[in-house]
Design a protein around this ligand. Structure first.
Ligand SMILES: C[S@@+](CC[C@H](N)C(=O)[O-])C[C@H]1O[C@@H](n2cnc3c(N)ncnc32)[C@H](O)[C@@H]1O
Length: 215
């Protein structure tokens, strides 16, 4: 997702600072301290403009959501979307600007119940496989962060990334709970919250691939 630098980006992010998690010792010791109430924590990595995180937080008040995005200007749009959508129950959504490769430095071990990877960059060149968010070094990070038996949920339009991910999951010994090559015509479509990319691809008639695997 290429973006022009946002005018007044820093000020706009600062205006939503109450929704932002800043990595610090308190967060590293207790991730629930980012929220008003203690609830299971779900993390979306690469949230883009935030449609999924905002929609999920509105739909599941019994879950605390964290949406992570590495590009500050993109995170700014997600933060502003959450701010616009805010009702009195929107105390269950927080954002973090950062790179997934540093997650173990930010969050406590075994503090997260579920991780979502939605339309992650496919990095199609073989030489870039290590950058894919389902490469086994990332799975190691997720294993450290997830609680025992935690869930990883993947959605993508990219068949190459999907097939690669299934191989990585299998080699890592993860338990497959759900696999489809057409999410929108599957039993998991009920309650599915679409991301920005998902809406674009499905509007063009492309199928959505999805898998849920348990650690
Ligand atoms: C293709 S976009 C998809 C955005 C959104 N999930 C959607 O489906 O509409 C991928 C997003 O992931 C972010 N991203 C990629 N690698 C990341 C990483 N290592 N850590 C955090 N965010 C990342 C990118 O900046 C980009 O905004």
């Amino acid at each position: 997702m290429r973006m022009r630098k946002k005018k007044h980006g820093a000020e706009r992010i600062e205006a939503c600072a109450h929704l932002l998690i800043t990595p610090n010792e308190e967060i590293k010791a207790d991730l629930q301290s980012a929220f008003v109430e203690k609830r299971p924590i779900h993390l979306e990595i690469g949230c883009g403009k935030g449609n999924f995180a905002v929609g999920m937080a509105a739909q599941h008040h019994d879950v605390n959501f964290i949406a992570m995005e590495k590009i500050a200007d993109v995170a700014c749009l997600a933060l502003e979307k959450a701010e616009r959508a805010k009702d009195e129950r929107c105390d269950n959504l927080r954002f973090i600007i950062g790179d997934a490769k540093n997650l173990v430095e930010y969050f406590p071990e075994h503090s997260i119940d579920c991780i979502y990877l939605n339309f992650s960059d496919p990095w199609p060149k073989a030489g870039h496989a290590k950058r894919r968010l389902t490469y086994h070094t990332f799975l190691e990070i997720y294993k450290t962060l997830l609680k025992e038996g935690g869930l990883l949920r993947l959605k993508t339009d990219n068949e190459g990334l999907f097939d690669f991910s299934l191989e990585e999951f299998e080699a890592f010994g993860l338990k497959f709970e759900f696999v489809t090559r057409d999410l929108h015509n599957s039993e998991m479509n009920e309650g599915n919250v679409m991301t920005e990319y998902e809406k674009n691809f499905s509007d063009k008639g492309q199928p959505i691939y999805s898998a849920h695997v348990r650690f």
